[in-house]
Design a protein around this ligand. Structure first.
Ligand code: SF4
Length: 288
């Protein structure tokens, strides 16, 4: 039923996954090989309908649905509305439908279009931001600027759709660690997403970043430096609206969770404690 590899956010572990696209519409970030094996395709409505009917027969109760793959929001709005309507008619018990949306795909939708998608059940958009530094965004070939990311966040929030974003600790390397952390903190302050997930850079072979490391054009951070960078990031997040903060992905060395702004000091104290008590070993470098 699925075209592998298949990815979904950790918080969608209990969701039914329906593939409506294959691959990622961008597929050019220098650290990412998630969808390198796939040519980006929007599946036909008939194929999606076949999958939906199959899942209906398989599962008697489905409360959450995640639309995969990498950038389901890029689907033209009329077709996405048809898909959401099909889901609503088929899974009347479903409480929420979520998907990944790149900043470019979000910017390709009008306020009215997002409102219509929200009214048909689109509950939350997951957006990979990675960094708030334009230099780093350029280095990693993200294809968008920090201002475009802020505009995309505003459009989503104005449509009353929840926004969950991820950033990547270490993605600027040693050289740009400080600027990456500071600018990302400021970007998050401007976006005020509902959820913020901090991942840690994992280097995969067969990526441009891997080759840069081999050529010594990019230096990875040690465990301690990553944790220190996350501390600087948190210091620079100043929000009035509540942001649920998570740094407990499998890629992270320590597990941090809380709500900003109220848990800011608690999170910073935990980082300092972990650094001081050598929870993170001295200068333990990741692979390579
Ligand atoms: S937008 Fe996301 S899935 Fe696509 S290449 Fe970049 S990191 Fe990978």
């Amino acid at each position: 039923m699925y075209d592998y590899p298949l990815y979904r956010p950790p918080s969608e572990s209990n969701s039914l996954i329906i593939q409506v696209t294959l691959g990622c519409s961008h597929n050019k970030c220098n650290f990412c090989n998630m969808y390198k094996s796939k040519k980006f395709t929007i599946k036909s409505f008939e194929d999606i309908k076949t999958d939906v009917n199959y899942f209906r027969e398989m599962y008697s109760h489905v409360e959450k649905i995640f639309l995969a793959d990498g950038d389901a929001l890029i689907i033209p709005t009329e077709k996405l509305k048809e898909i959401l309507t099909l889901i609503r008619n088929t899974f009347s018990e479903c409480r929420r439908v979520t998907l990944y949306g790149t900043p470019k795909s979000i910017l390709g939708k009008t306020h009215q279009e997002l409102k219509e998608l929200k009214d048909l059940g689109l509950y939350m958009i997951y957006m990979g931001v990675e960094s708030g530094s334009d230099e780093v965004l350029n280095d990693i070939n993200k294809g968008v600027s920090s201002n475009e990311i802020i505009d995309a966040a505003r459009i989503v929030k104005n449509a009353d759709i929840l926004l969950s974003v991820t950033v990547i600790a270490g993605v600027g390397g040693i050289e740009k660690s400080d600027i990456h952390a500071i600018k990302t903190g400021k970007l998050i302050s401007d976006m005020a997403p509902n959820y913020l997930g901090v991942l840690t850079l994992m280097v995969e072979e067969e990526t441009d970043l891997y080759n840069k490391i081999l050529k010594k054009e990019f230096k990875l951070l040690s465990d301690r430096e990553i944790l220190n960078e996350i501390g600087i990031l948190i210091q620079h997040i100043n929000v009035n609206e509540s942001v649920t903060f998570r740094c407990n992905h499998a890629s992270n060395y320590v597990s941090l969770r809380g709500s900003l702004p109220e848990d800011k000091e608690k999170l910073l104290n935990q980082i300092n404690y972990d650094l001081k008590t050598n929870q993170i070993k001295q200068e333990e470098y990741r692979r390579l």
